[in-house]
Design a protein around this ligand. Structure first.
Ligand SMILES: NC(=O)c1ccc[n+]([C@@H]2O[C@H](COP(=O)([O-])OP(=O)(O)OC[C@H]3O[C@@H](n4cnc5c(N)ncnc54)[C@H](O)[C@@H]3O)[C@@H](O)[C@H]2O)c1
Length: 354
């Protein structure tokens, strides 16, 4: 049986990947998270808890889901210094991991990126330990999620808002990325290319734009705006002028693209994942308020952090070279989020069913 590894497996992207791999394969999935932000699997896995082995919980009747609650850096150091650790301590007989998805990171949204940049810089230490381990372990394939934040900020201003192309990041002519978050992702991409080239590991890097989905935390703008629309906030507050825009892409599309990309990209180079559509926060509010059936006045909160003015991508390279295009339109994806938020609020007793 193949075994895949997912770091940060209890975060937004990680949870979706754990469920997807479990549903689409017969393989075993080991996922690791320190639960700094992530949710405990008891709250989101629809498969029964079976047993514990050391600090690992095993779920699913076929025992294919193995959760280790630990700082991934600690796991990585154990794996480097004692390659037999998983077998000896946890009874997991794994010669070599098949796919390794590295989602463990301090992300936290705009408030964290601007408000505590040195905490975000700890991602450098997570990534450095990670690439060191994979250069030794050499899994079959590796996914490294970079970010749209790696792009130079001077290409994302009000007067210079362009559709960002993969080639807009050039290690020979560097621009300045978005805060420490963007720098860590750029460094991660560089380490990915070096690890692929010098150690012969197959690595794919992705630059997702603003990923969203039904089970995303309320600290992110999409579910937070949906929730306020569900409660018919009026006037409707928006951070900044609300004219700043992002390229929102549904998590199912992101993970579909990952699957295609990992088949075709092995040298650590990075691709965009977005819709290629710029949607302003005012547009987003309008969509959710339309679902809620009202038209509030918009109240800008000019003291809130807003990040760059316009961040969206050009998907031409991906379409031409991978033959992949996103399938879930903004309206369809946002309706799914709206319905999920409504269901969550009703289930928690905060809202009466209509
Ligand atoms: N969600 C998006 O739209 C998006 C866009 C671009 C890039 N990414 C990247 O994808 C990855 C996952 O993002 P996400 O949205 O799921 O974020 P998230 O914050 O929901 O998930 C990150 C997970 O990592 C865990 N974690 C943090 N530090 C850890 C450590 N030292 N050891 C073990 N676990 C640790 C957290 O508890 C959390 O569960 C990140 O690298 C992020 O930068 C995401």
């Amino acid at each position: 049986m193949k075994t895949h590894l997912i770091s940060g497996g209890c975060g937004f992207v990680g949870r979706n990947m754990v469920n997807r791999l479990y549903n689409n394969t017969n393989d075993r999935i080991v996922f690791i998270d320190n639960l700094a932000v992530g949710k405990h699997p008891n709250t989101w896995l629809n498969h029964p808890f079976q047993k514990s082995q050391g600090n690992m919980n095993i779920y699913g009747e076929d025992e294919r889901l193995c959760f280790i609650e630990e700082d991934f850096r600690v796991t990585l150091q154990k794996l480097v210094h004692q390659p037999e650790y998983l077998k000896k301590e946890l009874g997991l007989d794994i010669e070599r991991f098949a796919d390794v998805y590295h989602f463990a990171a301090i992300v936290g949204g705009r408030a964290m990126i601007d408000g505590d940049p040195i905490q975000v810089a700890l991602d450098l230490s997570i990534d450095a330990e990670f690439f060191y381990w994979i250069s030794r372990h050499k899994p079959e394939r590796v996914l490294y999620p970079s970010s749209s934040a790696a792009y130079p900020v001077n290409l994302q201003t009000e007067s210079n808002a362009i559709q960002l192309k993969e080639s807009d990041i050039d290690f020979n002519h560097m621009g300045q990325p978005d805060m420490t978050y963007g720098w860590t992702k750029l460094t991660g991409e560089f380490l990915a290319q070096i690890t692929a080239k010098h150690y012969g590991v197959s690595i794919t890097c992705i630059r997702p734009f603003s990923g969203y989905g039904e089970d995303q935390d309320y600290s992110y703008p999409t579910p937070a705006i949906a929730r306020r629309a569900v409660f018919k906030e009026a006037p409707f507050e928006v951070w900044g002028s609300g004219h700043q825009g992002r390229d929102f892409v549904h998590i199912d599309d992101v993970l579909d693209c990952v699957e295609v990309a990992m088949e075709k990209i092995h040298d650590g180079s990075a691709i965009n994942i977005g819709q290629g559509v710029l949607t302003s926060f005012r547009d987003l509010i309008e969509i959710f308020c339309e679902f809620a059936g009202y038209q509030p006045e918009i109240k800008p909160l000019l003291d809130k952090p807003v990040g760059v003015h316009s961040r969206y991508c050009d998907m031409t390279w991906v379409k031409d070279n991978l033959g992949w295009e996103p399938k879930i339109s903004i309206r369809e994806g946002m309706k799914r989020v709206y319905d999920a938020v409504m269901a969550r609020e009703i289930a928690e007793g905060n809202l009466k069913p209509e």
